[in-house]
Ligand binder design. Structure first.
Ligand code: PGA
Length: 236
């Protein structure tokens, strides 16, 4: 694992965007695994800026997102599809039909999980996976559990995740209680992983994930086993 301490949120975002743009420049048809949350927004902004300057071209890129709330459609401004369109896809030249997000409206969410894993496999896996980290150590919506779950699966969101995400909803009661998330296998099989973490409140969990034991109680700790994982953090 490579740990980079950034000077500021902007510096963290630029460093993450640098790695992503280098990936796309070197392999224009990259499969990018993308993340939602407040932390990657600056990374997307930087990539949009470089796209407008002609430095990076997304016309051959495919993307697969980590997760989606159950029951929210893409017109709901809290859905992760809406987030991705609004914060990234609508501002670059990626082909929308090659941007994938798990379908949180699927009647059979378990079957949707299997379909999503097959999709990722059919794309040849993920070249670069961007991740945030939750205060409880989650990556995607892989919440702390007794064992790592490998495939894309349905999760009941933990109380700390519901409270953390309540800031985006009118109240905590409105945060969906279930979500569908990529599992640990697709994340670990990504050729390259970049995790971004911002804020003093993330310091403790990042230290546990990076230096503590590898345990499903801190899902991000599994990244210690990844051969090419870069953690870019700003604890200011
Ligand atoms: P945040 O969320 O970027 O909004 O802190 C990160 C996450 O929960 O993965």
């Amino acid at each position: 694992m490579k740990i980079i301490e950034a000077k500021s949120y902007e510096d963290m975002s630029r460093k993450a965007a640098n790695i992503i743009s280098a990936q796309v420049i070197c392999k224009p048809d990259s499969v990018l695994g993308l993340a939602t949350g407040s932390t990657p927004i600056g990374t997307y902004k930087q990539l949009i800026d470089w796209y407008h300057k002609g430095d990076v071209d997304f016309s051959e890129v495919t993307s697969v997102n980590l997760d989606e709330y159950a029951g929210l459609d893409e017109t709901n401004d809290q859905s992760y599809r809406y987030f991705m369109n609004h914060n990234f896809f609508d501002h670059i030249n990626i082909r929308k039909e090659y941007t994938y997000v798990p379908n949180g409206l699927a009647e059979d969410l378990e079957a949707e999980g299997r379909r999503y894993d097959e999709l990722i496999e059919s794309l040849g896996g993920i070249d670069l996976q961007l991740l945030g980290i939750g205060h409880n150590g989650h990556i995607g919506f892989n919440e702390p559990t007794d064992e790592f779950v490998t495939g894309t699966h349905v999760v009941s969101l933990g109380e700390s995740t519901i409270q953390a995400n309540a800031r985006f909803f009118a109240s905590a009661d409105e945060v969906p209680k279930k979500a569908i998330t990529m599992g640990i296998r697709a994340i670990l099989q990504a050729k390259k992983v970049v995790l971004v973490a911002n804020g003093t409140d993330k310091k403790e969990i990042v230290e546990r994930a990076v230096y503590g034991p590898v345990t499903p109680k801190v899902p991000a700790s599994i990244l210690q086993l990844h051969p090419d994982c870069t953690v870019i953090c700003c604890f200011k």
